[in-house]
Design a protein around this ligand. Structure first.
Ligand code: AMP
Ligand code: GLY
Length: 449
Protein backbone atom coordinates (compact mmCIF):
# COMPACT_ATOMS: atom_id res chain seq x y z
CA UNK A 1 0.00 0.00 0.00
CA UNK A 2 1.38 3.38 -0.93
CA UNK A 3 0.91 6.15 1.58
CA UNK A 4 1.95 9.66 0.70
CA UNK A 5 1.83 12.28 3.41
CA UNK A 6 1.55 15.69 1.91
CA UNK A 7 1.36 18.89 3.89
CA UNK A 8 0.04 22.14 2.46
CA UNK A 9 -0.32 25.57 4.05
CA UNK A 10 -3.75 26.00 5.57
CA UNK A 11 -6.10 28.91 4.78
CA UNK A 12 -5.25 30.90 7.91
CA UNK A 13 -1.55 30.66 7.16
CA UNK A 14 -0.93 28.59 10.26
CA UNK A 15 -2.91 25.40 10.40
CA UNK A 16 -1.77 23.10 7.65
CA UNK A 17 -3.93 20.78 5.65
CA UNK A 18 -2.74 17.23 5.87
CA UNK A 19 -3.62 15.18 2.87
CA UNK A 20 -3.16 11.50 3.20
CA UNK A 21 -3.43 9.60 -0.07
CA UNK A 22 -3.94 5.92 0.51
CA UNK A 23 -4.25 3.99 -2.73
CA UNK A 24 -5.56 7.06 -4.48
CA UNK A 25 -8.19 7.84 -1.83
CA UNK A 26 -7.67 11.32 -0.46
CA UNK A 27 -8.52 12.08 3.15
CA UNK A 28 -8.06 15.59 4.39
CA UNK A 29 -7.77 16.71 7.94
CA UNK A 30 -5.92 19.60 9.55
CA UNK A 31 -2.50 18.74 10.82
CA UNK A 32 0.47 20.82 11.78
CA UNK A 33 3.78 19.06 11.44
CA UNK A 34 5.73 18.16 14.55
CA UNK A 35 9.46 18.66 14.05
CA UNK A 36 12.43 17.67 16.18
CA UNK A 37 15.68 19.59 15.75
CA UNK A 38 18.74 17.83 17.15
CA UNK A 39 21.42 20.14 18.53
CA UNK A 40 21.73 23.15 20.75
CA UNK A 41 23.90 25.93 19.32
CA UNK A 42 23.40 28.99 17.14
CA UNK A 43 23.05 26.87 14.03
CA UNK A 44 20.11 25.01 15.57
CA UNK A 45 18.59 28.28 16.71
CA UNK A 46 18.71 29.44 13.06
CA UNK A 47 17.12 26.16 11.91
CA UNK A 48 14.41 26.40 14.55
CA UNK A 49 13.78 30.03 13.57
CA UNK A 50 13.49 29.09 9.87
CA UNK A 51 11.12 26.22 10.71
CA UNK A 52 9.00 28.49 12.85
CA UNK A 53 8.45 30.70 9.78
CA UNK A 54 6.87 27.72 8.00
CA UNK A 55 3.07 27.78 8.04
CA UNK A 56 3.13 23.97 7.96
CA UNK A 57 5.02 23.54 11.20
CA UNK A 58 3.04 23.43 14.41
CA UNK A 59 5.23 22.11 17.17
CA UNK A 60 9.03 22.21 17.34
CA UNK A 61 11.10 20.21 19.82
CA UNK A 62 14.81 20.83 20.14
CA UNK A 63 17.23 18.46 21.86
CA UNK A 64 18.98 19.72 23.88
CA UNK A 65 18.33 23.31 22.69
CA UNK A 66 19.33 26.32 24.78
CA UNK A 67 17.81 29.29 26.59
CA UNK A 68 17.23 31.25 23.36
CA UNK A 69 15.81 28.34 21.41
CA UNK A 70 13.37 27.79 24.28
CA UNK A 71 11.42 30.85 23.10
CA UNK A 72 10.56 29.09 19.83
CA UNK A 73 10.75 25.39 20.64
CA UNK A 74 10.24 23.02 23.52
CA UNK A 75 13.68 21.98 24.68
CA UNK A 76 14.19 18.32 25.47
CA UNK A 77 16.96 17.25 27.87
CA UNK A 78 18.57 14.71 25.54
CA UNK A 79 22.08 14.98 24.14
CA UNK A 80 22.78 14.96 20.39
CA UNK A 81 24.49 11.60 20.67
CA UNK A 82 21.71 9.83 22.61
CA UNK A 83 20.53 8.47 19.32
CA UNK A 84 18.28 5.65 20.56
CA UNK A 85 16.63 7.86 23.16
CA UNK A 86 16.02 10.50 20.49
CA UNK A 87 14.41 7.87 18.26
CA UNK A 88 12.15 6.73 21.11
CA UNK A 89 11.25 10.35 21.84
CA UNK A 90 10.39 10.99 18.19
CA UNK A 91 8.17 7.92 18.11
CA UNK A 92 6.43 8.76 21.34
CA UNK A 93 5.69 12.36 20.34
CA UNK A 94 4.61 11.55 16.79
CA UNK A 95 7.40 13.61 15.28
CA UNK A 96 6.85 14.01 11.51
CA UNK A 97 10.38 15.08 10.66
CA UNK A 98 13.73 15.28 12.46
CA UNK A 99 16.47 17.70 11.39
CA UNK A 100 20.03 17.13 12.57
CA UNK A 101 22.46 19.98 13.28
CA UNK A 102 25.81 18.70 14.54
CA UNK A 103 28.19 16.20 12.96
CA UNK A 104 28.61 14.17 16.15
CA UNK A 105 25.01 12.96 15.89
CA UNK A 106 25.46 12.11 12.20
CA UNK A 107 28.73 10.31 12.82
CA UNK A 108 26.96 8.43 15.62
CA UNK A 109 24.52 7.09 13.00
CA UNK A 110 21.37 8.96 14.01
CA UNK A 111 20.02 8.90 10.45
CA UNK A 112 20.47 5.13 10.13
CA UNK A 113 18.72 4.53 13.46
CA UNK A 114 15.75 6.79 12.60
CA UNK A 115 15.45 5.41 9.07
CA UNK A 116 15.44 1.82 10.36
CA UNK A 117 12.56 2.83 12.64
CA UNK A 118 10.62 4.28 9.69
CA UNK A 119 11.06 7.86 10.94
CA UNK A 120 11.63 10.74 8.49
CA UNK A 121 14.93 12.50 9.05
CA UNK A 122 16.97 15.18 7.29
CA UNK A 123 20.69 14.39 7.26
CA UNK A 124 23.23 11.97 5.80
CA UNK A 125 23.67 8.35 6.85
CA UNK A 126 26.76 7.38 8.82
CA UNK A 127 28.29 6.00 5.61
CA UNK A 128 27.82 9.36 3.87
CA UNK A 129 28.86 11.44 6.90
CA UNK A 130 32.42 10.10 6.55
CA UNK A 131 32.98 12.84 4.01
CA UNK A 132 33.48 15.01 7.10
CA UNK A 133 34.50 12.54 9.79
CA UNK A 134 37.42 11.17 7.74
CA UNK A 135 39.65 13.71 5.98
CA UNK A 136 41.46 10.77 4.37
CA UNK A 137 38.20 9.49 2.86
CA UNK A 138 37.38 12.96 1.50
CA UNK A 139 40.86 13.34 -0.02
CA UNK A 140 40.72 9.89 -1.65
CA UNK A 141 37.29 10.62 -3.08
CA UNK A 142 38.49 13.92 -4.55
CA UNK A 143 41.57 12.27 -6.03
CA UNK A 144 39.50 9.49 -7.58
CA UNK A 145 36.93 11.84 -9.12
CA UNK A 146 39.31 14.66 -10.09
CA UNK A 147 37.88 17.26 -7.78
CA UNK A 148 40.30 20.19 -7.34
CA UNK A 149 41.98 20.20 -3.92
CA UNK A 150 45.41 20.58 -2.30
CA UNK A 151 47.99 17.84 -2.97
CA UNK A 152 48.31 15.51 0.01
CA UNK A 153 49.57 12.30 1.57
CA UNK A 154 48.17 10.35 4.48
CA UNK A 155 50.35 8.83 7.22
CA UNK A 156 49.87 6.45 10.09
CA UNK A 157 53.56 6.17 10.87
CA UNK A 158 55.26 9.03 12.72
CA UNK A 159 58.72 8.54 11.20
CA UNK A 160 57.40 8.38 7.64
CA UNK A 161 55.30 11.54 8.18
CA UNK A 162 58.27 13.36 9.69
CA UNK A 163 60.51 12.39 6.78
CA UNK A 164 57.91 13.58 4.25
CA UNK A 165 57.49 16.91 6.04
CA UNK A 166 61.29 17.36 6.36
CA UNK A 167 61.60 17.19 2.59
CA UNK A 168 58.61 19.44 1.86
CA UNK A 169 58.03 23.19 2.04
CA UNK A 170 56.57 25.40 4.77
CA UNK A 171 54.03 26.32 5.91
CA UNK A 172 52.59 22.83 5.73
CA UNK A 173 49.07 21.75 6.66
CA UNK A 174 48.63 18.87 9.13
CA UNK A 175 45.13 17.47 9.56
CA UNK A 176 44.14 14.90 12.12
CA UNK A 177 41.95 12.29 10.39
CA UNK A 178 38.85 12.41 12.55
CA UNK A 179 36.34 14.74 14.19
CA UNK A 180 38.19 17.25 16.34
CA UNK A 181 35.63 20.06 16.74
CA UNK A 182 37.47 22.30 14.27
CA UNK A 183 40.75 21.95 16.19
CA UNK A 184 42.29 19.12 14.18
CA UNK A 185 44.13 21.34 11.68
CA UNK A 186 47.55 22.78 12.48
CA UNK A 187 49.62 24.84 10.04
CA UNK A 188 53.26 24.81 11.22
CA UNK A 189 55.60 27.46 9.81
CA UNK A 190 58.75 25.58 10.77
CA UNK A 191 60.03 22.03 10.89
CA UNK A 192 60.30 22.12 14.70
CA UNK A 193 56.64 23.07 15.03
CA UNK A 194 55.65 20.36 12.55
CA UNK A 195 57.63 17.77 14.49
CA UNK A 196 55.87 18.78 17.68
CA UNK A 197 52.41 18.56 16.05
CA UNK A 198 53.09 15.21 14.41
CA UNK A 199 54.20 13.92 17.78
CA UNK A 200 50.91 15.10 19.35
CA UNK A 201 48.87 13.57 16.57
CA UNK A 202 50.66 10.28 15.87
CA UNK A 203 52.69 9.35 18.94
CA UNK A 204 50.74 10.83 21.85
CA UNK A 205 47.24 10.53 20.29
CA UNK A 206 46.29 13.91 21.72
CA UNK A 207 43.36 14.15 19.28
CA UNK A 208 42.49 10.45 19.50
CA UNK A 209 43.77 7.43 17.63
CA UNK A 210 43.99 8.37 13.98
CA UNK A 211 45.96 9.07 10.83
CA UNK A 212 47.34 12.41 9.67
CA UNK A 213 46.76 14.04 6.31
CA UNK A 214 49.73 16.20 5.26
CA UNK A 215 48.59 18.81 2.77
CA UNK A 216 49.99 21.45 0.48
CA UNK A 217 49.40 24.99 1.84
CA UNK A 218 47.02 26.97 -0.38
CA UNK A 219 46.36 30.71 -0.39
CA UNK A 220 43.35 32.86 -1.25
CA UNK A 221 40.01 33.87 0.24
CA UNK A 222 37.99 31.03 1.75
CA UNK A 223 34.25 30.70 1.39
CA UNK A 224 31.51 28.33 2.37
CA UNK A 225 29.27 26.76 -0.21
CA UNK A 226 26.39 24.87 1.40
CA UNK A 227 24.05 22.87 -0.80
CA UNK A 228 20.94 20.85 -0.12
CA UNK A 229 21.74 17.45 -1.58
CA UNK A 230 19.44 14.56 -2.34
CA UNK A 231 21.57 11.82 -3.83
CA UNK A 232 22.73 13.17 -7.19
CA UNK A 233 20.59 16.34 -7.00
CA UNK A 234 22.32 19.47 -5.72
CA UNK A 235 20.58 22.72 -4.77
CA UNK A 236 22.84 25.67 -3.89
CA UNK A 237 22.37 28.03 -0.96
CA UNK A 238 23.61 31.62 -0.75
CA UNK A 239 27.40 31.78 -0.33
CA UNK A 240 28.90 32.87 2.95
CA UNK A 241 32.19 33.47 4.68
CA UNK A 242 33.19 32.54 8.18
CA UNK A 243 35.92 34.22 10.30
CA UNK A 244 37.79 31.46 12.08
CA UNK A 245 40.47 33.32 14.01
CA UNK A 246 39.67 34.56 17.49
CA UNK A 247 40.93 38.14 17.21
CA UNK A 248 40.69 41.14 14.91
CA UNK A 249 42.93 41.20 11.87
CA UNK A 250 42.45 37.42 11.55
CA UNK A 251 44.91 36.89 14.39
CA UNK A 252 44.98 34.44 17.25
CA UNK A 253 43.91 30.84 17.53
CA UNK A 254 41.34 29.11 15.33
CA UNK A 255 37.82 29.00 16.74
CA UNK A 256 34.50 27.49 15.73
CA UNK A 257 33.86 30.84 13.97
CA UNK A 258 33.63 34.43 15.22
CA UNK A 259 31.32 35.88 12.58
CA UNK A 260 30.02 35.43 9.07
CA UNK A 261 28.23 37.18 6.25
CA UNK A 262 26.40 36.52 3.01
CA UNK A 263 26.47 37.08 0.04
CA UNK A 264 30.10 37.35 -1.12
CA UNK A 265 30.87 40.08 -3.67
CA UNK A 266 34.35 38.64 -4.35
CA UNK A 267 32.95 35.34 -5.62
CA UNK A 268 31.46 35.85 -9.08
CA UNK A 269 28.53 33.97 -10.60
CA UNK A 270 31.09 32.19 -12.80
CA UNK A 271 33.03 31.11 -9.70
CA UNK A 272 29.83 29.76 -8.15
CA UNK A 273 28.96 27.96 -11.35
CA UNK A 274 32.47 26.46 -11.49
CA UNK A 275 32.18 25.28 -7.88
CA UNK A 276 28.77 23.72 -8.64
CA UNK A 277 29.90 21.95 -11.82
CA UNK A 278 33.42 20.90 -10.79
CA UNK A 279 33.03 20.35 -7.07
CA UNK A 280 29.56 20.06 -5.53
CA UNK A 281 27.74 18.11 -8.27
CA UNK A 282 30.63 15.71 -9.03
CA UNK A 283 31.05 14.97 -5.33
CA UNK A 284 27.33 14.26 -4.85
CA UNK A 285 27.42 11.92 -7.88
CA UNK A 286 30.63 10.33 -6.60
CA UNK A 287 28.96 9.57 -3.26
CA UNK A 288 26.12 7.83 -5.13
CA UNK A 289 28.63 5.82 -7.18
CA UNK A 290 30.50 4.87 -4.03
CA UNK A 291 27.29 3.45 -2.54
CA UNK A 292 27.09 6.26 0.02
CA UNK A 293 24.35 8.51 -1.39
CA UNK A 294 24.37 11.82 0.46
CA UNK A 295 21.15 13.37 1.76
CA UNK A 296 21.22 16.57 3.72
CA UNK A 297 23.50 19.60 3.61
CA UNK A 298 26.84 19.15 1.90
CA UNK A 299 29.13 21.96 2.97
CA UNK A 300 32.06 22.76 0.72
CA UNK A 301 34.79 24.73 2.50
CA UNK A 302 36.40 26.22 -0.61
CA UNK A 303 39.27 28.54 -1.40
CA UNK A 304 39.67 30.83 -4.40
CA UNK A 305 43.37 30.24 -5.06
CA UNK A 306 45.47 31.86 -7.80
CA UNK A 307 45.12 28.57 -9.70
CA UNK A 308 41.35 28.25 -9.31
CA UNK A 309 38.77 27.24 -6.74
CA UNK A 310 39.84 24.28 -4.60
CA UNK A 311 38.39 22.29 -1.75
CA UNK A 312 39.78 22.79 1.74
CA UNK A 313 37.28 20.50 3.45
CA UNK A 314 33.81 19.03 3.29
CA UNK A 315 31.31 19.00 6.11
CA UNK A 316 28.24 16.79 6.19
CA UNK A 317 25.91 19.38 7.76
CA UNK A 318 24.99 23.03 8.01
CA UNK A 319 28.00 25.24 8.80
CA UNK A 320 28.22 27.11 12.05
CA UNK A 321 28.16 30.17 12.08
CA UNK A 322 27.34 30.35 8.32
CA UNK A 323 23.83 28.96 8.78
CA UNK A 324 22.98 31.83 11.11
CA UNK A 325 23.54 34.36 8.29
CA UNK A 326 22.32 32.25 5.36
CA UNK A 327 18.98 30.89 6.57
CA UNK A 328 17.54 34.35 7.34
CA UNK A 329 17.87 35.02 3.58
CA UNK A 330 15.81 31.96 2.63
CA UNK A 331 12.43 32.98 1.25
CA UNK A 332 11.12 29.50 0.55
CA UNK A 333 9.51 27.27 3.16
CA UNK A 334 12.32 25.24 4.72
CA UNK A 335 9.92 22.48 5.75
CA UNK A 336 9.28 21.75 2.06
CA UNK A 337 13.01 21.58 1.38
CA UNK A 338 13.73 19.28 4.32
CA UNK A 339 10.76 17.09 3.35
CA UNK A 340 11.83 16.83 -0.29
CA UNK A 341 15.30 15.63 0.77
CA UNK A 342 14.04 13.31 3.51
CA UNK A 343 11.46 11.70 1.20
CA UNK A 344 13.48 11.84 -2.02
CA UNK A 345 10.55 13.76 -3.50
CA UNK A 346 10.47 16.66 -5.96
CA UNK A 347 12.25 19.80 -4.75
CA UNK A 348 10.27 23.07 -4.85
CA UNK A 349 11.95 26.11 -6.33
CA UNK A 350 14.29 27.53 -3.67
CA UNK A 351 14.17 31.33 -3.46
CA UNK A 352 16.63 33.63 -1.70
CA UNK A 353 16.02 37.20 -0.65
CA UNK A 354 18.11 39.75 -2.50
CA UNK A 355 19.49 41.07 0.79
CA UNK A 356 22.65 40.93 2.85
CA UNK A 357 23.24 39.41 6.23
CA UNK A 358 26.13 39.80 8.66
CA UNK A 359 26.59 38.29 12.10
CA UNK A 360 28.91 38.91 15.05
CA UNK A 361 29.68 36.19 17.57
CA UNK A 362 29.92 37.24 21.20
CA UNK A 363 32.19 34.77 22.97
CA UNK A 364 33.29 34.22 26.56
CA UNK A 365 36.60 35.88 27.45
CA UNK A 366 39.29 33.22 27.17
CA UNK A 367 37.58 31.31 24.33
CA UNK A 368 38.76 29.21 22.49
CA UNK A 369 40.84 28.39 25.58
CA UNK A 370 39.28 28.01 29.00
CA UNK A 371 36.55 30.39 30.14
CA UNK A 372 34.02 30.93 32.93
CA UNK A 373 30.32 30.40 32.65
CA UNK A 374 27.33 31.85 34.46
CA UNK A 375 27.75 35.58 33.70
CA UNK A 376 24.50 37.52 33.40
CA UNK A 377 23.59 38.90 29.96
CA UNK A 378 21.45 42.02 29.83
CA UNK A 379 20.05 44.25 27.10
CA UNK A 380 18.75 41.51 24.82
CA UNK A 381 15.35 43.24 24.70
CA UNK A 382 16.91 46.63 23.93
CA UNK A 383 18.84 45.07 21.06
CA UNK A 384 15.75 43.69 19.38
CA UNK A 385 14.91 45.22 16.00
CA UNK A 386 13.06 43.99 12.90
CA UNK A 387 16.39 43.82 11.04
CA UNK A 388 18.24 42.02 13.82
CA UNK A 389 18.21 38.41 14.89
CA UNK A 390 19.89 37.18 18.03
CA UNK A 391 20.71 33.51 17.99
CA UNK A 392 21.89 31.86 21.17
CA UNK A 393 24.95 29.67 20.86
CA UNK A 394 25.67 28.83 24.49
CA UNK A 395 23.28 30.27 27.05
CA UNK A 396 21.27 29.00 29.99
CA UNK A 397 18.37 30.47 31.93
CA UNK A 398 18.29 30.78 35.68
CA UNK A 399 15.61 32.54 37.70
CA UNK A 400 14.49 34.50 34.65
CA UNK A 401 18.01 35.65 33.78
CA UNK A 402 20.00 34.64 30.71
CA UNK A 403 23.51 33.47 31.59
CA UNK A 404 26.60 32.61 29.56
CA UNK A 405 26.96 28.85 29.28
CA UNK A 406 29.51 28.18 26.54
CA UNK A 407 32.55 29.43 24.62
CA UNK A 408 30.54 31.06 21.91
CA UNK A 409 27.51 32.59 23.59
CA UNK A 410 25.44 34.71 21.18
CA UNK A 411 25.41 35.57 17.52
CA UNK A 412 23.88 38.89 16.54
CA UNK A 413 22.84 39.08 12.90
CA UNK A 414 21.85 42.21 11.02
CA UNK A 415 20.14 42.25 7.67
CA UNK A 416 19.91 45.03 5.12
CA UNK A 417 20.05 45.99 1.46
CA UNK A 418 23.84 46.09 1.56
CA UNK A 419 26.53 44.33 3.59
CA UNK A 420 27.36 47.73 5.12
CA UNK A 421 23.82 48.27 6.37
CA UNK A 422 23.65 44.68 7.68
CA UNK A 423 26.99 45.28 9.45
CA UNK A 424 25.80 48.56 11.01
CA UNK A 425 22.51 47.04 12.19
CA UNK A 426 24.28 44.12 13.82
CA UNK A 427 26.95 46.22 15.52
CA UNK A 428 24.37 48.65 16.87
CA UNK A 429 22.56 45.70 18.47
CA UNK A 430 25.80 44.20 19.80
CA UNK A 431 26.50 47.52 21.52
CA UNK A 432 23.28 47.22 23.50
CA UNK A 433 24.05 43.78 24.90
CA UNK A 434 25.71 44.00 28.28
CA UNK A 435 27.81 41.29 29.85
CA UNK A 436 31.12 41.61 31.69
CA UNK A 437 32.59 38.42 30.27
CA UNK A 438 31.99 38.62 26.52
CA UNK A 439 34.22 39.76 23.65
CA UNK A 440 33.67 39.99 19.90
CA UNK A 441 35.52 40.91 16.73
CA UNK A 442 34.47 44.30 15.38
CA UNK A 443 36.06 43.62 11.98
CA UNK A 444 33.70 40.96 10.63
CA UNK A 445 33.35 41.57 6.89
CA UNK A 446 36.61 43.58 6.64
CA UNK A 447 37.28 42.05 3.22
CA UNK A 448 34.14 43.59 1.72
CA UNK A 449 33.49 46.80 3.65
P1 AMP B 1 39.52 22.66 8.10
O1 AMP B 1 39.15 22.18 9.47
O2 AMP B 1 39.93 21.59 7.16
O3 AMP B 1 38.49 23.61 7.54
O4 AMP B 1 40.77 23.61 8.28
C1 AMP B 1 40.71 24.71 9.15
C2 AMP B 1 41.37 25.88 8.49
O5 AMP B 1 42.73 25.59 8.17
C3 AMP B 1 40.74 26.23 7.16
O6 AMP B 1 39.60 27.03 7.28
C4 AMP B 1 41.87 26.97 6.49
O7 AMP B 1 41.94 28.29 6.94
C5 AMP B 1 43.07 26.24 6.98
N1 AMP B 1 43.48 25.25 5.98
C6 AMP B 1 43.08 23.97 5.88
N2 AMP B 1 43.65 23.36 4.82
C7 AMP B 1 44.42 24.28 4.22
C8 AMP B 1 45.29 24.27 3.07
N3 AMP B 1 45.46 23.18 2.34
N4 AMP B 1 45.92 25.41 2.77
C9 AMP B 1 45.76 26.53 3.51
N5 AMP B 1 44.99 26.60 4.60
C10 AMP B 1 44.32 25.50 4.96
N1 GLY C 1 32.16 27.24 9.94
C1 GLY C 1 32.84 26.02 9.76
C2 GLY C 1 32.09 24.83 10.10
O1 GLY C 1 30.89 24.84 10.28
O2 GLY C 1 32.71 23.78 10.20
Amino acid sequence: MEIINHLQPGPDGHAAVYTKIVKGVEMEHPKEAVVLVVGGGGRCHAIVDALSRSPQVGKIYCAPGNAGIAAQAECVPLKETQVEQLRDFAREKGVDLTVVGPEVALAAGIVDVFTAAGLRIFGPSKAAAVIESSKDFAKQLMAKYNVPTAAYRTFEDYDAALEYVRNGSFPVVLKYDGLAAGKGVVIPETFDEAEHTLKDMLLDDKFGKGKVVVEEFLTGPEFSFMCFVDGGNVYPMALSQDHKRAYEGDKGPNTGGMGAYSPLPFISDEDKEYAMEHIMKPVASAMVKEGRPFKGVLYGGLMKTPSGIKVIEFNCRFGDPETEVVLPLLESDIYDIFSAVADGGPMPEIKWEDKSSMGFVMASKGYPGSYDKGHVIEGLEDASDPDVRIYHMGTAEKEGKILTAGGRVLMVIGSGDTLKSAHDKALEAVGKIKCDNLFYRRDIGWRVL
